[in-house]
Write a protein that binds this ligand. Structure first.
Ligand code: IMP
Ligand code: MG
Length: 180
């Protein structure tokens, strides 16, 4: 285990099981319905790569980058689009894929953003959810697992750009970010 990790929350195998269940639920929901999967970079990159390979349907894939964190462990609340999807979203069913839902600021912003641009439907899939931290009255439509109010890294999730490559998800040792 990496020495900045307090403890492992989900092993690679446990994450695989969670992703398989999510893929099955998504498959059931979009069966016979066209949709585009939009990943929120960079946190989604490993999760989305695994998820889409388990969804046995025909669909398009796009990405966007939104930011609210500014290198800290809590959201600024001010969500910005850093890079947008490539294709017009008007009339499309969108499935947004994110790594973790925390305050709900990102979820609310992205839903409103795409509805405002004429998307037919916007559903939100998150690998992890921290319901205790929610400030917005909004919930993900597909959720892998609920987790306690801790800052986690690995499997795509970062702290200051690092730890995304860890093959498991772990709680980051507080000494890494406290008193800094
Ligand atoms: P929200 O807008 O506060 O819901 O935050 C969502 C975004 O914050 C996620 O897409 C992550 O990029 C980031 N985030 C929230 N909690 C964590 C965490 O525990 N580890 C790493 N990133 C996190
Ligand atoms: Mg993110």
């Amino acid at each position: 285990m990496h020495n900045s990790i307090e403890n492992v929350l989900f092993s690679g195998k446990e994450i695989e099981n969670i992703v398989n269940t999510l893929a099955k639920n998504i498959e059931k929901y979009y069966n016979c319905k066209e949709f585009t999967c939009v990943g929120l970079l960079k946190g989604c990159f490993i999760f989305m790569a695994d998820l889409v390979r388990k969804i046995n349907l025909d669909f398009e894939i796009d990405f966007m980058t939104v930011s609210s964190y500014r290198d800290s462990v809590s959201s600024s609340g001010d969500v910005k689009v850093i890079s947008d999807v490539r294709k017009d979203v008007a009339g499309k069913n969108l499935l947004i894929v994110d790594d973790v839902t925390d305050t709900g600021n990102t979820l609310e912003f992205v839903k409103n953003y795409f509805i405002g641009r004429g998307a037919k439907s916007v559903k939100f899939c998150t690998l992890f959810d921290k319901p205790q931290r929610r400030v917005k009255n909004i919930e993900p439509d597909f959720c892998g697992a609920q987790i306690p109010d801790e800052f986690i890294v690995g499997y795509g999730l970062d702290y200051k750009g690092k730890y995304r490559n860890l093959p498991y998800v772990g709680i980051l040792n507080r000494s890494v970010y406290e008193n800094k």
